[in-house]
Design a protein around this ligand. Structure first.
Ligand code: SF4
Length: 372
C-alpha cells in the first residue's frame, strides 16, 4: 500500500509523495474503496505479507494509519503468521504510536534511518537526527516488535567510507534483525539531480564502501540475501523476496505496481486521478497494464533471482540459450567464476558481493546472449 505523503522532500527522492496533508483523509477513504473492490477478487486467497510504504505512512497520523491497518484485516484473509510491515520515518513516531501499531497487528517496522551522521542526514534533507532514530528503534522493541529493519545509504554527497562503517557499527548495536543498504542513485527530477555541484564519492570509493559495508554487516551477523538486503537469524523480508522470486503481489494506492495472474499493471503517479477514480476494481481505467512478451518473461526469470544470494539454476539458464551459443555462455559464466564475480551452490549460480556490484553489466551481458 502506497501512502503518498511526507513531511518534506529529501534531496534524492524520486518516490511519488506530497507534503500537503490536506487530502490524506480522502486518500484513506479512496484506499478503502480500492480494498473493497479487490475483496471479491481475492476472496479465495490467503495473504502472507502486507507492506505499507510510501511516502511516509506514519506521517498521516495514528487515526488514519490505523484505519488502513484495520481496513486490511477486515477485508482480506491475512494468514496468522503473515509478515505485516510498515515503513516509518524516525521523526514521526513515538512510544504510543508504536504500541498502537503493534496492537493493531503490525509485526515488522522498516525505519528510514539512512545514516548515523547528523550532518549527512541534514545534507540529504532528512527530518530526523540519529538520536531520534535510535530512540524510535528502542521504543519499537519496547512495544514488542522483534522484527525491525533499518535503511542505510551509501555513496552520499560528502560521505566517506568511514562514515558508512561507523553507521553500520552503531546500527548493528541496536535491536535490529534486518538492514537494507542502498547506494544513492541520482535521479534527474530531484534537487540532487539538478545540483551541478553535487560532490559524490568517486566510483572506486563507492565500490570500497559497498564491499567493506557488506563485510562489516556479515561480521555483525547480518547475512546478505539480496544485493541490498541483509538479515539476522533468518529474518529475511518476505515482502522483498516476493519481488525477486517473481511471486504475485497487489499494489494499492496511487503509483502502486502489481503483478497478478501473469500481468504487471500500475496506478498512475497522481493523487487526484486516484481520488477521482470512478472504479477501483481491476481491470478498469485506473490501471495501466504492461503486456509481458515471452522475452520479458525470460529476462525477469534471469534478472530477478540473480539479484538474490540464492542465484539462478545454471542448468535452467543454459536451457534458455540457443544450442549453438551455449558453449559461449558457459565460457562467460566460467570467466565470472574465475574472476570471483560468481560462484556455485547447489547447482545454482549466484553473484558474489563483487559480482553484485557489477550485476547490471552481468545481467545485460546475459540478456544479450538471449536476445541475439
Ligand atoms: S521520507 Fe522517504 S518518501 Fe519521503 S521524501 Fe524522504 S525518501 Fe522520499
Amino acid at each position: 500500500m502506497h501512502i503518498p505523503f511526507c513531511k518534506s522532500k529529501c534531496g534524492y527522492c524520486d518516490f511519488y509523495s506530497r507534503c500537503d496533508l490536506s487530502k490524506a483523509e480522502r486518500y484513506v477513504d479512496a484506499l478503502l474503496l480500492q480494498f473493497d473492490a479487490w475483496k471479491r477478487l481475492l476472496a479465495d486467497r490467503s495473504i502472507d505479507s502486507v507492506y505499507i510504504g510510501g511516502g511516509t505512512p506514519t506521517v498521516i497520523g495514528d487515526i488514519l494509519l490505523l484505519r488502513v491497518i484495520r481496513g486490511i484485516f477486515d477485508r482480506f484473509c491475512i494468514e496468522s503468521g503473515a509478515e505485516f510491515t510498515i515503513e516509518a520515518n524516525p521523526g514521526t513516531v513515538d512510544q504510543n504510536s508504536l504500541d498502537a501499531y503493534r496492537k493493531a497487528g503490525v509485526n515488522r517496522i522498516s525505519f528510514g534511518v539512512q545514516s548515523a551522521n547528523d550532518a549527512l542526514l541534514c545534507r540529504i534533507g532528512r527530518i530526523h537526527n540519529y538520536n531520534q532514530a535510535r530512540q524510535a528503534i528502542l521504543w519499537a522493541k519496547e512495544a514488542g516488535f522483534d522484527n525491525l529493519s533499518a535503511d542505510l545509504m551509501y555513496a552520499l554527497p560528502d560521505q566517506s567510507k568511514e562514515d558508512l562503517l561507523l553507521s553500520i557499527e552503531r546500527l548493528s548495536d541496536l535491536p535490529l534483525s534486518h538492514i537494507s543498504m542502498y547506494g544513492l542513485k541520482v535521479e534527474e527530477n530531484t534537487p540532487f539531480g539538478r545540483d551541478p555541484d553535487l560532490a559524490l564519492p568517486d566510483e572506486e570509493e563507492q565500490c570500497a564502501m559497498y564491499l567493506e559495508g557488506v563485510e562489516m554487516l556479515a561480521q555483525r551477523g547480518f547475512t546478505q540475501y539480496e544485493i541490498s538486503n541483509f538479515a539476522k537469524d533468518g529474518k529475511v523480508s518476505r515482502h522483498n523476496l516476493r519481488y525477486w522470486k517473481r511471486e504475485e503481489y497487489i499494489g494499492f494506492g496511487c503509483a502502486a505496481h502489481s503483478f497478478y495472474e501473469g500481468r504487471r499493471f500500475f496506478v498512475p503517479r497522481s493523487l487526484e486521478q486516484f481520488l477521482n477514480a470512478s472504479e477501483y476494481a481491476f481491470p478498469s481505467a485506473l490501471y495501466t497494464v504492461e503486456e509481458l512478451s515471452l522475452k520479458d518473461v525470460r529476462e525477469e526469470q534471469i534478472l530477478l533471482p540473480l539479484r538474490t544470494a540464492y542465484g539462478v539454476s545454471k542448468k535452467g539458464l543454459l536451457l534458455l540459450v540457443d544450442e549453438e551459443k551455449r558453449s559461449m555462455v558457459e565460457g562467460y559464466l566460467s570467466s565470472l567464476e574465475r574472476g570471483g564475480y560468481a560462484a556455485m551452490r547447489d547447482e545454482n549460480l549466484f553473484l558474489t558481493p563483487r559480482g553484485m556490484l557489477l550485476s547490471n553489466t552481468i545481467i545485460s551481458d546475459l540478456l544479450c546472449y538471449l536476445d541475439e
